[in-house]
Design a protein around this ligand. Structure first.
Ligand code: FDA
Length: 393
């Protein structure tokens, strides 16, 4: 079968690209995916409500070996363009926090919008279809597929790799895009799990499992002011997921449990009036009581407020604000929301996402070495990079 464009992967980026590339002057666009349904990560994202973009989307919120690469696509298809798209499809939404936008109803509305747009554009979608062979041919790319109805040979003028990264293999994530890219000589940077909880040795935080607190966290990157959650296995919560993308094995992370600097002035003020109050009783008005109990044992906190000199208060607050923790690892691709690294941006045009040395080959979405922060940034990259390719093909 001879077609114009074959897109591998019916996820966020692949469907966005197909919906806009199809419909252009009778172009024949085919999308293949080995899953039973398209857009499975969209469906489960944001607790079923899909955090589909972020109002404050900015290139700084993306990690890549080339921090400038994402700028062009993000500028040419912005968060406001996607908001406009879902408004036109009557999908109601709200801001949860920090500019993060979610559907009021269900993430399935976004999947339905994209599949509907693909159908309107005359795109053919083959599900439960695996790619068995890809080669360059005179007319573009020769791709062998195994569909539920048997083998299918496709000749496509353009091939778009949109099969995502390695996170959550149980949901069908594979390294297919990386393998095909390598076969065509495109370099792939080291990949590792991102937006992923930390694990700690010896069940360090088991007594704290379930405790959440506001925090500021830093690894080797920007500080994030979001909640931390202690778990049976270690640490999770938005602050932890954010810094995990900047963390390297063997590095410590710094946890600040008093990001607003309120504890030291409060301890000093209360010491004047309630000197006989227990230090931990007062601390428990600022921090979760189970956390204070844990610190009492772990840090040997003793005495009344009157026993706390200014130096002792400063030392204690310094500890609360600069708690150095050494993760033993992360939960890995099993639970990571994204894959850091990927197909090297040096090999791609930032305007079109086309491989510089392989005309007709495009890479979009998570397969590219561009990873966003938590908060809708990764979908915005999928929409923007998908659109960049759609405009070019
Ligand atoms: P995506 O993974 O969406 O699609 C790839 C497609 O390729 C899949 O349909 C897959 O089945 C198919 N495929 C893979 N290998 C194949 C093969 N060998 N053969 C055929 N097909 C193959 N981001 C965000 O911005 N807001 C959020 O709320 C969330 N929430 C979230 C929750 C969870 C649990 C996860 C795991 C991830 C998120 N994310 C997120 C991240 C977001 O889901 C992710 O960045 C995008 O889905 C990436 O879009 P892509 O289209 O590149 O890949």
């Amino acid at each position: 079968m001879q077609i114009d464009t074959l897109i591998i992967g019916a996820g966020a980026a692949g469907m966005m690209c197909a919906a806009h590339a199809g419909g252009q002057s009778g172009k024949r666009v085919v999308v293949v995916d080995h899953a039973k349904a398209p857009g499975e990560k969209i469906r489960i994202s944001g607790g079923g409500r899909c955090n589909f973009t972020n109002m404050y989307c900015d290139p700084q919120a993306f990690i890549s070996h080339n921090p400038h690469f994402a700028k062009s696509a993000l500028a040419r298809y912005t968060q406001w363009d996607f908001i406009d798209l879902i408004d036109r499809h009557g999908i109601a939404w709200h801001e949860k926090t920090l500019g993060q936008l979610f559907c009021d109803g269900s993430a399935k509305q976004i999947v339905a919008m994209l599949t509907g747009m693909m159908a309107d554009a005359g795109v053919t979608l083959h599900l439960q279809t695996s790619v068995t062979h890809v080669a360059k041919s005179d007319r573009g790319f020769a791709v062998s597929l195994q569909t539920p109805d048997g083998a299918l040979q496709i000749q496509a003028r353009q091939l778009v790799l949109a099969s995502g990264g390695k996170s959550i293999p149980k949901m069908g994530a594979t390294g297919l895009a990386y393998d095909i890219a390598r076969r065509f000589g495109l370099p792939v940077t080291d990949t590792r799990p991102g937006l992923v909880p930390f694990t700690f040795a010896e069940g360090r935080f088991v007594p704290l499992a379930g405790v959440a607190a506001p925090s500021r966290m830093v690894a080797d990157g920007p500080a994030f002011d979001e909640a931390v959650l202690f778990t049976h296995r270690g640490l999770s919560g938005p602050a932890v997921l954010q810094v995990s993308s900047y963390w390297r094995e063997g590095d410590p992370v710094t946890l600040n449990l008093d990001p607003d600097d309120t504890i030291a002035p409060a301890l000093r003020a209360q010491r004047q009036h309630y000197g006989r109050r227990n230090l931990t009783t007062e601390l428990a008005t600022h921090l979760p009581s189970r956390l204070v109990e844990f610190m009492k044992d772990d840090w040997a906190l003793t005495g009344n407020l009157a026993d706390q000199s200014d130096t002792r208060i400063d030392a204690l607050v310094d500890r609360i604000q600069n708690w150095q923790l050494m993760p033993s690892g992360t939960e890995g691709y099993r639970t990571a929301e994204v894959t850091l690294g990927g197909i090297d941006t040096d090999a791609l045009s930032s305007k079109t996402m086309q491989a510089k040395d392989v005309p007709g080959l495009y890479v979009i979405g998570e397969a590219v070495d561009v990873t966003g922060w938590l908060g809708g940034y990764n979908f915005q990259w999928a929409w923007a990079s998908g659109m960049a390719a759609a405009r070019a093909i």
